[in-house]
Design a binder for this molecule. Structure first.
Ligand code: BGC
Length: 269
């Protein structure tokens, strides 16, 4: 098969959490572009989610906006039920929904800690568990993919790079790394692929304030010299869940313009 055919996702169903904006939005659209129907999960921005659905439909695919708070078990189960009823069992799940609540450690409330851990890491557990349950229920459909299912976590360079004033966020992303690899080890023999994408600084709402305050300070951390676009990550996700990446299992793909190269050491240290 030509490698471009291996990148197609025709006949597949995807669920993307936190898909009303940013990286989730771009990934949902990239998956549709490659041929998948997509359940567009959102927590509160229903209008934005419907706009993502319109983009998916423009590409000739089915899209459905589905409200759910990823940190709540009942919501996650209902989301996957609704996706199954409207689009069918999923072949692809992207666990993307996430937040930041930055604070110096002495000022970080337990609520700031819990909110970030329960959405970014707890949500990753709930979505990953449900994805694997539903992949098993669906089974292998060799005409659409060599694997039974593809689960992708949206991690971060901060699964590796410590982040002062964001201990909650870095701890959650560090957790995602071992959650992802533990699940991958557990289910790979069932032909379920679990991987992560780890974005660097991507122009989304999560870092809008930081980009406005001091864009140069961020650029100084990126050897490749530009802040990423959500589409940079969407393209990686669409490739990672395709059969072109069928032998990639339990890995994190860093898409960060070189941020993890610790550029401060260039000529120093
Ligand atoms: C954070 C962004 C930050 C980027 C690079 C991401 O995981 O959410 O706020 O710009 O990492 O530091």
């Amino acid at each position: 098969m030509a490698s471009s055919d291996l990148m197609r996702l025709d006949g597949q169903v995807a669920v993307v959490t936190g898909a009303s904006s940013g990286i989730g939005r771009a990934s949902a659209i990239a998956l549709a572009e490659a041929g998948a129907d997509v359940a567009v999960n959102y927590r509160s921005k229903d209008e934005a989610a419907r706009e993502v659905v319109a983009e998916i439909e423009k590409r000739g695919r089915k899209g459905v906006a589905m409200q759910a708070d990823i940190s709540k078990e009942d919501d996650v189960l209902a989301l996957f039920d609704e996706a199954e009823e409207t689009l069918g069992l999923p072949d692809i799940v992207m666990s993307n929904a996430g937040i930041q609540r930055d604070a110096a450690i002495a000022d970080m409330s337990f609520d700031d800690w819990n909110a970030v851990i329960s959405i970014n890491l707890g949500g990753g557990f709930l979505v990953g568990r449900e994805a694997i349950r539903r992949f098993r229920k669906k089974g292998l459909r060799e005409s659409v993919s060599r694997s039974v299912g593809k689960l992708v976590y949206d991690s971060s360079v901060h699964q590796q790079i410590p982040w002062a004033f964001r201990a909650n966020y870095a701890a959650a992303k560090g957790g995602i790394d071992l959650l992802m690899r533990s699940l991958a080890q557990e289910v790979a023999h069932e032909k379920i692929r679990v991987n992560s994408v780890a974005p660097g600084a991507i122009a989304t709402a999560i870092n809008a304030e930081a980009r406005e305050d001091d864009k140069q300070a961020i650029l100084d951390l990126i050897p490749y010299g530009r802040i990423g676009d959500p589409e940079d990550i969407g393209r990686v996700v669409a490739w990672l869940v395709s059969d072109a990446a069928d032998y990639i299992v339990g890995q994190t793909i860093f898409a960060d313009g070189g941020m993890t190269l610790y550029p401060g050491f260039r000529g120093n240290g």
